[in-house]
Design a protein around this ligand. Sequence first.
Ligand SMILES: Nc1ncnc2c1ncn2[C@@H]1O[C@H](COP(=O)(O)OP(=O)(O)OP(=O)(O)O)[C@@H](O)[C@H]1O
Length: 269
Amino acid sequence: MSATRTDAVPLLEAERLALQVGERWLCCEFSLSLAPGECLALLGPNGAGKTTLLHTLAGLREPSVGQVRLGGLPYAAWSPLEAARFRGLLPQQQPDHFAASVLETVLIGRHPHLGRWGWETTEDEAIARQALADVGLQGFETRDVLTLSGGERQRVAIATLLAQSPQLFLLDEPLNHLDLHYQIATLELFRTTVRGANAGKALRHGAVMVLHDINLAARYADHIILLDGRGGVKAGDRDTVLRADLLSQAFGHPLRRLESEGRVVFLPD
Ligand SMILES: Nc1ncnc2c1ncn2[C@@H]1O[C@H](COP(=O)(O)OP(=O)(O)OP(=O)(O)O)[C@@H](O)[C@H]1O
């Protein structure tokens, strides 16, 4: 990344953040800063608070303690429309209550960009079609979303987020329902977008993703936040957080760290 310039303002900052649901503290105070060009993975066992943290970072819920800043400003300083152009959330579930075509569904991602009358232009449609092609769903435009397989529906959701064209991608289990090929393809797609395909161009994008696969986090994330489900948090660079002892403790299962052909993998005993 040395030939590439980054913007000075971080895309996302959390300062002395702590989260509580009911009486339970999900995480004690920690801070983070995500610069353009970087990927952050949120890891931890079921119920540890990954989605709650992601929603807090998305500005959908107030932190119990501390502050979140998007592009250098607290959410209160953003209008909902401006925030929707800057950051986009891939939710964990895609609720479909009504029949709708795949193209109509992806065009929902363009809503924050529509003009005064709220009509999609041919350019919006071209962006939506390109997003579908990017997730390998060219030719699915007229299909009803209710007829899609789980993995196809997940890729439509990813295409909808791509069509939204935010600078900051907030991804809640983006690999849900995806087979091995599309898991890697999806992470490669976001990494290419985040790192910038063209050297020398300013980096604009970043990603925060909730993952369950430690090995994919080791491969694709620059920074890790590991929640242990008991309020403990380890936040830092990938190599300082992805340690067998810390992971074993957090997941309550012994893990071994192995290196193979320059790649680190963690195997459960
Ligand atoms: N409104 C609420 N009231 C009570 N408990 C809640 C509320 N919202 C979330 N929780 C609890 O907070 C904890 C964290 O939930 P969250 O969805 O953030 O976990 P997660 O790490 O994303 O889990 P998973 O890996 O299972 O998706 C869970 O135990 C959940 O039951």
